[in-house]
Design a protein around this ligand. Structure first.
Ligand code: PLP
Length: 406
């Protein structure tokens, strides 16, 4: 059973006040809070076990290496990857997608080749592809969401041409909360021999993930949204694609031999992990994923579905609030604009006075903002520890905004 009070007690920060009010943290889409087990893993990582990883022959280096490398297995289990060596550790989704752009896409794409993207991608899944457009003449093909914010897999697949080299699609919009049927997209794309990169930064947070079942080639996650430390993350890369990738960053740890005139590389995944990594961050990330697996992602998903349903009902009673996106499959992420209200930032500032943390702005999704015809929204994004009472607190706060700004 999902004991929400016990779960909340696992997150020490939830007990604090902000501006004299109990914290109502609804900015999980930007970054989630950390449970005590993650904080403890970080403390232990520095206070008891710290040393650099790999190649060390002394005790602390061996302990750090073992703990660090164990996280690869934890991530593989969390994502349902068949092989641990398909997990490349990194600092988060931005690094993961840039790595795919540099190490896999750039060497194999020419002018006129096409990458298909949805309009609701985060900039992390847009700008690396713009690099290929600018530098190599690759064409970006954009798929618009439907009026309700859903993304039609048939439209994505219909955009495939003989020049399509990659589909790069989010599993969950960080603005609309739309959950995308990436499995259908991958199946259709694979039938036509087109690889798919799934941005799982938001998707993996809200529902169980199984990359083998999805059938994607690349799947990016970021630790800090999964209740782990910032500066941690990973990307799943299917073995065939790993074999096609050239090294991305060069340096220590990714080589076999370096001579004056030659260099040979380590096998994947090490080949793509140059330099001293975020050792303790990654160990903390492993603790976060174990915490999530102990809770059960299906239980987290059910809890958040209840919050989404309740919040949706409460918003529908307010005719002066517009919720952007009401796709049938929607995570508990609500981007709001208010009739006659000033900028979304005013909303966020007033809510903050009530201890409510929401994010205002374009949410690193400017093409989507252009599509919606809004400059900014105030986004309330719920996590595994939020409650129906907090939905009520948000609605009370919005009523205050309406009175002050409307
Ligand atoms: N993709 C999506 C859908 C996101 O929401 C985010 C973060 O907001 C990112 C990518 C980038 O993640 P990071 O900044 O952790 O690399």
């Amino acid at each position: 059973m999902y004991d929400i009070e016990k779960i909340r007690a696992d997150f020490p920060i939830l007990a604090r006040k902000v501006n004299g009010q109990p914290l109502c943290y609804l900015d999980n889409g930007a970054s989630a809070q950390k449970p005590q087990v993650v904080i403890d893993a970080i403390l232990r990582g520095y206070a008891e076990d710290y040393s650099n990883v790999h190649r060390g022959l002394h005790t602390l280096s061996n302990i750090s290496t073992e703990k660090y490398e164990a996280v690869r297995g934890i991530i593989a289990r969390f994502l349902g990857a068949a092989f641990e060596d398909e997990i490349v550790l990194n600092s988060g989704t931005t690094e993961g997608i840039n790595m795919i752009a540099y190490a896999w896409a750039m060497p194999r794409m020419q002018a006129g080749d096409e990458i298909v993207l949805s309009v609701m991608e985060h900039h992390a899944n847009i700008v690396p592809w713009h690099f290929l457009r600018e530098r190599q003449g690759v064409k970006l093909v954009w798929i618009e969401p439907e009026a309700d914010g859903s993304l039609d897999p048939a439209k994505v697949l219909a955009a495939i041409t003989p020049r399509t080299r990659l589909l790069a699609i989010t599993q969950c919009s960080n603005v609309l909360g739309t959950m995308v049927d990436v499995k259908t997209i991958c199946k259709g794309a694979q039938a036509q021999g087109v690889p798919v990169l799934v941005d799982g930064s938001q998707g993996a947070v809200h529902a169980p993930v199984n990359v083998a079942d999805i059938g994607c080639d690349f799947y990016a996650i970021t630790g800090h949204k999964l209740y782990g430390p910032s500066g941690s993350g990973a990307i799943y890369v299917r073995r065939e694609r790993l074999a096609e990738m050239q090294p991305f960053m060069g340096g220590g740890d990714m080589i076999r031999d370096v001579c004056r005139d030659t260099v040979t590389y380590a096998d994947p995944p090490m080949k793509f992990e140059a330099g001293t990594p975020g050792i303790v961050q990654t160990i903390g990330f492993g603790a976060a994923l174990e915490y999530l697996m102990d809770l059960g992602m299906e239980n987290v998903a059910a809890h958040e579905a209840d919050l989404a349903k309740y919040a949706g009902e409460r918003f529908s009673g307010l005719n002066w609030v517009q919720v952007q996106g009401n796709a049938p499959a929607k995570a508990a992420i609500f981007s709001l604009t208010l009739d006659g209200a000033g900028h979304a930032h005013d909303l966020s500032t007033i809510l903050d006075q009530k201890g409510i943390a929401v994010r205002a702005g374009h949410h690193c999704a400017q093409p989507l903002m252009q599509h919606l015809g809004v400059a900014a929204t105030a986004r309330a994004s719920f996590g595994l520890y939020n409650t129906r009472d907090e939905v009520d607190t948000l609605i009370d706060g919005l009523e205050l905004c309406h009175r002050l700004l409307g």
